[in-house]
Each structure stands twice: as structure tokens, then as C-alpha cells.
Design a protein around this ligand. Sequence first.
Ligand code: BDR
Ligand code: CA
Length: 311
Amino acid sequence: MTDPRRIVLDCDPGHDDALALMLAAGDPRIDLVGVTTVAGNQTVEKTTRNACAVATVAGLFAVPIVRGADRPLLRPLRTAAEIHGESGLDGPPPVVPTVRTRPGHACDFLIEAVTASPGEVTIVATGPLTNVALALMKEPALAEAAREIVIMGGAYGRGNVTPAAEFNISVDPEAAAVVFDAPWRVTMMGLDVTHQAACSEEAQARISAIGTPLGVFAGQLLEFFRSTYRREQAMGDPPVHDPCAVAYVADPTLFETRAAHVVIETRGTYTSGMTVTAFVASGEGSRHDVGISVRRDALFDALTAAIAALG
Ligand code: BDR
Ligand code: CA
């Protein structure tokens, strides 16, 4: 096996972020260097507490968790309590985290982790892109030093918070514009692909049946996520968006991607946060790749195996 891919997971847990964290920690093809948190699905106090709670249940006592931005670059924060609940991680009985955060700001952790090993560390971002944009603005060399960045966010088709925009990009479009305009390779796992990663009741039952405290916890998260996706988005099975970004790093062959040029709409009255995507013939020097399709069963196999491996 080749060396595991080193990643920093920048996230806003959030149910699917929690599953992404489990995948990143439990998949042998990934070396989770650290976790940074951002305001998005809930306030940064809550998303950080939730990251620590997931790390506690998963037994991740050595992975640094560093808190980041409490609001978007220019706009007031809009959360997603209707999907993730008041805590940001409703469903399972509340966990009292014993894992603590490390001091400092997420953007400094990102800069240090990436620039210490040029060309080696990948950023996987599954929340609004505020921390990553702050890091790029503070240290533009981040773009050259990172191996790549893979995000869950956007869509070349329809959005989910508005017809035009997906939640993560819509919360902080200015940050997304900084990230997509920087001179690095951005892979966008948007709704076009993550909506294919719907968790069937059978896939959920397999995760619960692992029977460990983490497996049971993950099943309870999926049950709550299923109920809110049914109510709010009229989707029978909830899409596990964020694990797609981690899974792409672990095994890109699970996905079909296409080269593209993506720009972020920051000003449109009705289209703010839209990821305006022009597909280009590969080899035209584009810096963006966009997810098109996923092998769903293989994705859930990897997620289930990772949760089982964490014991
Ligand atoms: C994205 O928004 C959040 O609610 C999820 O965690 C995911 O990152 C999907 O639009
Ligand atoms: Ca998220």
C-alpha cells in the first residue's frame, strides 16, 4: 500500500461532518493530521464542541482539534438548525467531550500543518470556507505548499438553500471566491455528486450493527439526519455529503470528475453563493475539478469499515 494521504479536515459538525471525521480517522489510506472547526451548521462554539464529542466517542485523543472563525468574512452567520438541530448534532444522547481543543486559531494551524511539509498535506474542507480563506490571506504561500484542496460545497446544477446556491458556499461566498481563485488545485464535491451518496436504510442498519459505541452513535446520527432530510428536503434517504470529500482523497477511483473553471457569484440578488461552472476539455490548464458521480456502495463500504476499524 502507498503511504496514507495526510489531511487536515476543516469542518462544521454537523451530522455528515461527524461521519467525515470518522472516515478520515478510521480509513487506513488517510493520515488525519488535525481537525479545524468553523461556524456553519451551528455556531463555532457548538461545532467545536461537536468535533470534540465525536473525537471522544471515536477515541481520537491524539488528533489536534483547533477552533476557527466564528463568522463569515463579511456577512452575518446563517446556521442550519433545521437540518442539524439546536446542538448541531442532535439525535444521539448528548456526549460530554473529554477531548479538548488545542490553543490557537484554525487558520494558523492550517498554515503551519501545510507549510511544514510542502506538497504533502491536503486540506479537506466540509464547511464554509472562512478558515481556509483567512489562511490564504495571511499566508498566500499556502496555495503552493498544499498538495491539493478538496471541498464539499457548491453544485454545477441546483442548490439546496436557494435554487442557485449550496449551503457551505452560500454562508460565506467571499471566502469561497478567495479559495477558488487561489493558485492551487480545487476539487469540488458538490450536490451533483453528494446527492447520489444517499444513505439507504440498509446502509444505516449495517453501520448501527457494528455494535460498538461509535457504530451506534453513527446510526443515531443518521436516523436524525434522515428525519430532517425527509421533512426539510423531501428526500427519503439523507445524502452523506461530507464523507464524499474525504473518500475522494482516500480513493479517487470511487468518483468520476471533470475539469472545469468555477467562479463564485458574490453579488447576485437571487444567485449569491452560486458556483458558476464551465466544463473545459482536460488539458486546457483549468485548476478546478468537479465531482460528477460516485460509486455509492463502495463509498458506504469504506465508511462502514472505517467506523468498525475505530473500535
Ligand atoms: C453541506 O451543508 C451542511 O449542512 C452539511 O454539513 C454539508 O457540508 C451540504 O449542503
Ligand atoms: Ca459540513
